[in-house]
Design a binder for this molecule. Structure first.
Ligand code: NDP
Length: 306
């Protein structure tokens, strides 16, 4: 039976430490980290995500600014708002909740956010910095996965990591981060042949395909560490439930360690958003990023960065 990787507990510890650092910044530097969240349209899942992000930012002592725009908003109006927030000294991080309606060009919007305020890590400058091993803002979900892995395994060097999924927001940056930690990385996707055999070779398997219970127990190498990023809504016993991309029951018999859904990657994603906001604030005010946060985030290896 595998160890359960408790993302909820780890995220709580990280958020508490972020809260302590925010209060230190407010007292000693007279700076309050500010997070601006923009939601376009009425998608119910996006509304929940935005609400959770704003609530947790406030609980950590940050200022939270929420902007809700109609589904029909013209692109120019959204770009004007981003431009205004780029110049606003009280806003250190800007997040535009995806997906966006069809009249808005997602890449234009992402590129409009100043890279220093791009706490989602989607701007091409940040993507490039992460891909070339430099210091950029890493996307929150892969960053959270990496922290869970570091906490669980310590040194990742030489391990074979298989990333299932190649999206710009999860799969590709996850692969870049694992390469930075000296893993041998295979990226699999919908055209990959013999997917099961590829997965079976993984010491670390990160499942981010968005397919309900795609990965079965017999796709997993005994003792492997499995990170389940998937969030799939299914109906069971007349109720909506969240399940991952990994078939939890069969995987649990084989994996060495496994994240549950919910309670695994999801909470770490929001904690990392707060971490990126804190880091963006420190950078914009030229304040050193606190060592103890790094140590907590990376499971005791205090000098590590992303
Ligand atoms: P995308 O749909 O953008 O990408 C899915 C990827 O999986 C694609 O690269 C696709 O391949 C690949 N894929 C799809 N089906 C298969 C298959 N049958 N076999 C192999 N590969 C397959 O999804 P995201 O990356 O945005 O998200 C992935 C999952 O993670 C979703 O469930 C999402 O809800 C969840 N998520 C969770 C977060 C969290 O905080 N926990 C945050 C973000 C996402 P191809 O490129 O060939 O189409």
């Amino acid at each position: 039976m595998s160890t359960l990787i408790d993302g909820k507990a780890q995220a709580t510890r990280l958020r508490e430490e972020i809260g302590r650092q925010v209060s230190r910044l407010r007292q000693h530097e007279l700076v309050t980290p500010g997070l601006a969240v923009i939601l376009v349209g009425e998608d119910p899942a996006s509304q929940v995500y935005v609400r959770n992000k704003a609530t947790q930012a406030r609980e950590a002592g940050m200022s939270s600014f929420e902007y809700r725009l109609a589904d029909s908003v013209p692109q120019t109006k959204l770009l004007d708002l981003i431009e205004r927030l780029n110049r606003d000294p009280e806003v250190h991080g800007i997040l535009v909740q995806l997906p966006l309606p069809p009249q808005v060009d997602e890449s234009r919007v992402i590129q409009a956010i100043h890279p220093d305020k791009d706490i989602d890590g989607f701007h091409p400058i940040n993507v490039g910095n992460i891909a070339t091993g430099g210091h950029g803002m890493a996307p929150c979900t892969p960053l959270g996965c990496l922290m869970l892995l570091k906490h669980q395994l310590g040194d990742l060097s030489g391990k074979h990591a298989v990333v299932l999924g190649r999206s710009n927001i999860v799969g590709k940056p996850m692969a870049s981060l694992l390469l930075q930690k000296h893993c041998t990385v295979t990226v699999a996707h919908s055209r990959t042949r013999q997917l099961e055999e590829v997965c079976c070779q993984a010491d670390i398997l990160v499942a981010a395909a968005g397919r309900t219970r795609l990965v079965k127990g017999d796709w997993i190498k005994p003792g492997a560490t499995v990170i389940d990023v998937g969030i799939n809504r299914i109906e069971a016993d007349g109720r909506m439930r969240l399940v991952g991309d990994v078939d939890f029951d069969s995987a649990r018999e084989v994996a060495g360690a496994l994240t549950p859904v919910p309670g695994g990657v999801g909470p770490m994603t929001i904690a990392c958003l707060l971490l990126n906001t804190l880091e963006a604030t420190c950078r914009q005010h030229r304040i050193p990023f606190p060592d103890n946060i790094m140590s907590l985030a990376w499971g005791g290896t205090s000098s590590e960065t992303t």
